[in-house]
Design a protein around this ligand. Structure first.
Ligand code: NDP
Length: 289
């Protein structure tokens, strides 16, 4: 019998976008231009094209000007770096996002490091990674930022809570752990080499799962009443050949134990895009200041 409250990331993301819109309008009134977001996509990866379209559309709705740069798959490293240089120098651009993954042959690290840290709205530049780690103000990766906002909305002050993060990627797991630590949680990060992952997870008041394995988190991993955020996005095919999205958490099983749970889709995904827009406004405000 399901008892977990559903955390409506879609509705909360709409609220965040509304706040960004107000802030963007105030910015425009003073500056005579809207905050600007450059989105760079190299190649024609289908999922990436969908993400880029969503980002551009939601930016427009939130009063942010977007500049889409759709580059051919044959783009060279030098051409891509030249574009980044131009965007760094362009005063109407406050945020630069390079959609990952890049096609084979392009050096992701070098491209990320070429972005002006003040315009790094993905928060992947080593300067922003270091600032987050040092507890200094920084542009924070969008997915973990969205998770933190949802947790604070639901739980208020997170101080003293035991948080377990499953996954240690640079884009989700590691920055999630840093944010929770900065918010005074007691943080454990588990990964593919962890011993007795289920026992670690069962300690968690807050469980954030970012792995990419459908259904890996079951009732066995969840402390009764825990708040569970499912970052995973996995595309499955049913017997009729229809695709559907599922997370890393076995939703039905977890619902019987958790206190609150995000769905997939409609949970963390919409928060990620909302936080990209939030970061663009933040970058615009800081560049003006
Ligand atoms: P990565 O593949 O970069 O990292 C996955 C992590 O999971 C690694 O740290 C890996 O451990 C760990 N892992 C793999 N297998 C196991 C296992 N059996 N037990 C425990 N840990 C394991 O993925 P991302 O962090 O980029 O993404 C994770 C998921 O989140 C994906 O489904 C992705 O699609 C989704 N995602 C969703 C977003 C959203 O907006 N909702 C945004 C970004 C990602 P190790 O380091 O030891 O290999």
């Amino acid at each position: 019998s399901p008892k977990a409250a559903l955390i409506d990331g879609k509705a909360f993301a709409a609220q965040v976008r509304g706040q960004v819109k107000s802030g963007a309008e105030a910015f425009s009134a003073v500056e005579g231009r809207r905050p600007g977001l450059a989105v760079v996509l190299v190649g024609s990866d289908a999922a990436s094209q969908v993400y880029v379209r969503t980002k551009v559309r939601q930016a427009a709705e939130a009063g942010i000007e977007s500049f889409a740069h759709l580059l051919d798959v044959t783009t060279t490293q030098a051409q891509l770096l030249a574009l980044i240089d131009a965007l760094n120098a362009d005063d109407s651009v406050d945020g630069i996002l390079v959609q990952l993954p890049l096609p084979a042959g392009l050096d992701e690290s070098a491209v990320i490091e070429a972005i002006d840290p003040a315009k790094d709205v993905d928060g992947f530049h080593p300067v922003n990674v270091g600032r987050l780690s040092a507890g200094q103000p920084s542009l924070v990766p969008c997915t973990p930022l969205g998770c933190l906002l949802l947790l604070q909305d639901r739980l208020g002050d997170l101080s003293g809570l035991k948080a377990v993060v499953v996954g240690r990627s640079n884009i989700v797991g590691k920055p999630m752990g840093q944010l929770l630590l900065n918010a005074n949680c007691t943080v454990t990060t588990v990964h593919s080499r962890s011993r007795d992952l289920a026992a670690e997870c069962r300690q968690a008041d807050i469980l954030v799962v970012a792995v990419g394995r459908p259904g890996m988190i079951t009732a066995d991993h969840i402390k009764p009443g825990a708040t569970v955020l499912d970052v995973g996005i996995n595309r499955l095919q049913d017997e009729a050949g229809n695709g559907r999205l599922v997370g890393d958490v076995d939703f039905a099983a977890a619902s019987a134990v958790a206190g609150a749970l995000t769905p997939v889709p409609g949970g963390i995904g919409p928060m990620t895009v909302a936080c990209l827009l939030r970061n663009t406004l933040t970058a615009a405000q800081l560049r003006r200041a």
